[in-house]
Design a protein around this ligand. Structure first.
Ligand code: HEC
Ligand code: HEC
Length: 232
């Protein structure tokens, strides 16, 4: 199928860029870690440490359990890949993400990342966020989840994983707990060049390529499928 070509093209780029990056472990995200998608009120697995204290100012927007807040455009972040979270915080801090004109939610998040003093603070808060159990976001977008499943499997699953739990080895985030309106907004940002355009945003560029393979309607169907996966 012609539409699958960009996936393999992007995967090829991914393979090349991974090869040159010895700092990243080839470890694959373990599904076991995500097996316990538990109630929002259960306590995080790692409850102590600097990361927890650093997370305090984040609660206003991302919630005490990292469940996010759609009214504030803040995604669910609990259970997200630690390396992905750390990378996004660096991207916000350095202005590779959230600095484009018109990116208002990104502009709200940027100063929060800039307030994290250094790499150690970023690593600690990322570890805390990753330790919280992933939550189930509210459903705000209707779509055809069956069609979404077909689209997801052919266009997204190779990188984001069969259950959309992300894949450390491919630098991809978990998608199930983000929240449907956030997912749609991010894919549009990638399509419109508001994210993943900076030359240093290596992984963002891969996703920007993929974002251009879906229409608005297809995207709604895909998020309906992500909502179904989150509810499992
Ligand atoms: C004022 C509200 C607000 C606060 C406080 C806040 N954030 Fe955010 N955060 C946002 C918004 C809005 C976004 C989505 C930005 C976008 O649309 O690109 C976001 C995005 C993120 C992302 C990217 C998630 C992803 O899936 O790519 C991470 C990671 C993050 N925030 C971590 C934090 C941390 C850590 C703190 C505390 C140090 C924090 N945030 C505090 C509003 C906030
Ligand atoms: C070639 C591999 C690849 C494919 C295929 C792919 N993605 Fe991605 N995606 C990525 C990478 C890598 C990132 C992380 C980008 C970054 O670090 O900024 C990403 C990020 C995202 C994000 C941002 C998540 C967040 O937390 O902000 C969304 C949403 C997303 N992808 C959705 C999709 C959807 C929907 C599809 C299918 C239409 C898809 N992706 C296909 C590699 C891929």
């Amino acid at each position: 199928m012609l539409r699958n070509i960009p996936v393999y093209f992007a995967l090829a780029i991914l393979a090349v860029s991974c090869g040159g990056n010895s700092g990243d472990s080839g470890e694959t995200a373990s599904d076991d870690k995500d097996a316990a998608v538990t109630e929002a009120e259960s306590a995080p697995a790692v409850a102590e440490g600097n990361g927890r204290a650093l997370y305090a100012p984040c609660v206003t927007c991302h919630g005490a359990n990292g469940e996010g807040n759609m009214a504030l455009n803040a995604p669910g972040i609990a259970g997200q890949s630690e390396t992905y979270v750390a990378r996004q915080l660096w991207e916000f801090k350095k202005g590779l993400r959230g600095a484009e004109p018109g990116d208002l939610p990104g502009a709200q998040m940027r100063p929060m990342a800039m307030a994290l003093a250094d790499g150690e603070a970023i690593a600690d808060v990322a570890a805390y966020i990753a330790s919280m159990p992933a939550t189930t976001p509210p459903v705000t977008i209707e779509g055809d989840a069956d069609n979404g499943e077909r689209l997801y499997v052919s266009l997204c699953g190779a990188c984001h994983g069969g259950k959309a739990w992300g894949n450390e080895a491919l630098f991809t985030p978990r998608l199930t707990m983000l929240g449907d309106s956030y997912v749609v907004r991010q894919v549009k940002k990638f399509q419109e060049g508001m994210r993943g355009t900076h030359e240093d945003s290596t992984h963002g560029k891969q996703m920007a390529l993929m974002a251009k393979t879906v229409s608005d309607e297809e995207l709604n169907d895909i998020v309906a499928y992500l909502n179904a996966l989150a509810a499992e």
